[in-house]
Write a protein of this length. Structure first.
Length: 183
């Protein structure tokens, strides 16, 4: 059975990022980002309609302030009343799910893309990803970075500038590099 590079990518298997289908997908996302980021005078409803053209799911009341950057867009799912402030980056080679009422500060990076640690495998140009899941009613401070495979529980808080390298429990507050739970 044939498995496309896109199917491999989305499922977290090693894939070839130079695959023509994936390159076309990224080109389409780049063209969409130019339109989205240039639509500064758009109403909230018009901006949500633009988001729905590219993202996998956009809940009612979701707001993404431009500029916004992503790899593909179709792996991003935003819940109701999600807010992403200016200059957020989502590398969405795998699914990124952001729960209802979550607020994300400016300059936050959510990264699903990863690279092999083995130098020989890395030299072959393969990449892979791990999904990121952010629960409901989470606050992520400006400049935070969430690494591949992280799950953030409902009602958690991530301090500004934190680098989240592991799962964050429900209701926890984490901060620092690497992010540690505040007791």
């Amino acid at each position: 059975m044939f498995v496309s590079e896109r199917q491999k990518m989305i499922s977290g298997q090693p894939y070839n990022p130079g695959d023509p289908e994936l390159q076309d997908d990224q080109t389409a996302a780049k063209h969409w980002m130019v339109r989205y980021n240039a639509a500064l005078a758009a109403t909230p409803a018009e901006r949500r309609d633009l988001l729905r053209q590219k993202l996998g799911d956009v809940g009612e009341g979701a707001v993404v302030r431009p500029p916004f950057h992503c790899d593909y867009g179709y792996n991003i799912r935003l819940g109701r009343n999600v807010f992403l402030n200016f200059n957020c980056i989502i590398l969405d080679v795998c699914e990124v799910e952001i729960g209802d009422l979550t607020q994300i500060g400016p300059g936050v990076q959510i990264l699903t893309a990863d690279h092999p640690r083995d130098p020989e495998e890395r030299a072959r140009g393969l990449e892979y990803g791990k999904p990121v899941t952010i629960g409901r009613n989470v606050w992520i401070g400006g400049g935070a970075i969430l690494l591949p495979g992280v799950t953030v529980g409902d009602d958690a808080v991530i301090g500004a500038g934190s680098v989240v390298t592991r799962d964050v429990p429900r209701g926890a507050t984490v901060m620092g590099n690497p992010a540690r739970e505040k007791r």
